[in-house]
Design a protein around this ligand. Structure first.
Ligand code: SF4
Ligand code: MG
Length: 338
């Protein structure tokens, strides 16, 4: 059967003054309806670029894109602007970290939510206003009939993010892309927004791609996880597989200061030692090798010269030369040391 969203061998590169940046370098994943895929990585790992490419929001003059992005079999890469605009309103929606940059300060929230609905569904002004109120209620904004006529600055950060979600979901999209949707919010509000997304997903069956640097957010929301490093997937699996029995040394690094599965303590991500690699001149071999503690064990020649590939089969997979036995043993030692 055709996956709902299928991304195959996606490549995205763009020209900068310093050279060509390979932001995404051969990425594949599927997302099914009613499920959330968490895409995790440090900034500069290619996770946001991936989603701009899916949305057709990259700058076509300067960006080179290859591969396939299919929504229920329909190819999105190379689709014309009109098609993408229609898709972005009707079937694919997005929310970003900072609602203030996405909402206009000059119009009431009701007008902004309503405009999207009118544009894509051809609704009348009155219908659009009623829909806006209904959406504000659905995202848990109290007193929606009054607040519909207020401006974005009159809302708190968390309420503003709810407004963004209302706007994103007003046309019942099949796919929601959320890029760091809760990063700017405090922990309590963050948990409320993630719960809201989960509830709405259960009601509507929307597929969600959640981009985050925070494995705690993934633990709370995602069904499946993709860990990205230097524009590639280094580990992929269900949330329980990746967070419960992580296999890639980079994932261990990300997890080392994150709460154990099932707890809800918020601990900030401790950066893995060293810095993310240049995407203009990425290191040869395993892109993680300059920061990895285990090349001696896996085979230093191999790690430094040949790029490990993630297995193309479905299921838990990772791109590292260590044996599964070594991964299991090392992980146990690493946990015991904490
Ligand atoms: Fe480390 Fe080698 Fe595995 Fe890369 S392939 S993560 S360098 S052990
Ligand atoms: Mg980003």
């Amino acid at each position: 059967i055709t996956p709902f969203l299928s991304v195959q061998d996606l490549h995205v590169s763009f020209q900068t003054e310093d050279g060509i940046v390979k932001a995404v370098d051969g990425l594949s994943f599927d997302v099914e309806k009613g499920t959330t895929l968490g895409i995790v990585g440090e900034s500069g790992s290619g996770k946001s670029v991936t989603n701009l490419a899916i949305l057709g929001l990259h700058d076509p003059e300067r960006t080179d894109i290859g591969g396939q992005v299919r929504l229920e079999g329909q190819e999105l890469l190379g689709a014309d602007r009109t098609t993408m605009e229609r898709l972005r309103g009707n079937r694919i929606a997005m929310i970003f970290q900072d609602p203030l940059t996405a909402l206009s300060p000059f119009h009431t929230v009701g007008r902004q939510i309503g405009e999207v609905y009118r544009k894509h569904k051809g609704a009348s002004k009155r219908e659009a206003r009623e829909r806006a109120i209904e959406m504000l209620e659905r995202v848990g904004i109290p007193n929606a009939k009054v607040r519909v006529d207020e401006y974005p600055h009159m809302f708190s950060g968390g309420m503003r993010q709810r407004v963004m979600i209302a706007m994103a979901l007003v046309c019942d999209p099949d796919l929601l892309i959320a890029d760091e949707p809760t990063t700017a919010l405090d922990v309590t509000v963050q948990a409320q927004i993630l719960d809201l997304l989960k509830d709405l997903q259960q009601q509507t069956g929307t597929a969600i791609i959640l981009i985050t640097h925070d494995l705690g957010v993934v633990a709370q929301t995602a069904h499946n996880v993709l860990v990205m490093y230097a524009g590639r997937a280094v580990e992929r699996g269900t949330m329980r597989e990746v967070l419960g029995s992580p296999r890639h040394p980079y994932t261990w690094g990300l997890l080392s200061s994150v709460p154990r599965l099932g707890t809800s303590v918020d601990v900030p991500l401790r950066p893995v030692r060293g810095t993310p690699p240049s995407l203009i001149n990425p290191p040869p071999g395993c892109p993680f090798h300059p920061r990895c503690d285990y090349p001696e064990l896996a085979g230093p020649e191999l790690c430094r010269t040949q790029r490990p590939e993630i297995s193309p089969d479905a299921g838990h997979g990772d791109a590292c030369y260590l044996t599964l036995r070594q991964k299991t043993d090392l992980r146990t030692v690493a946990h015991a040391a904490q």
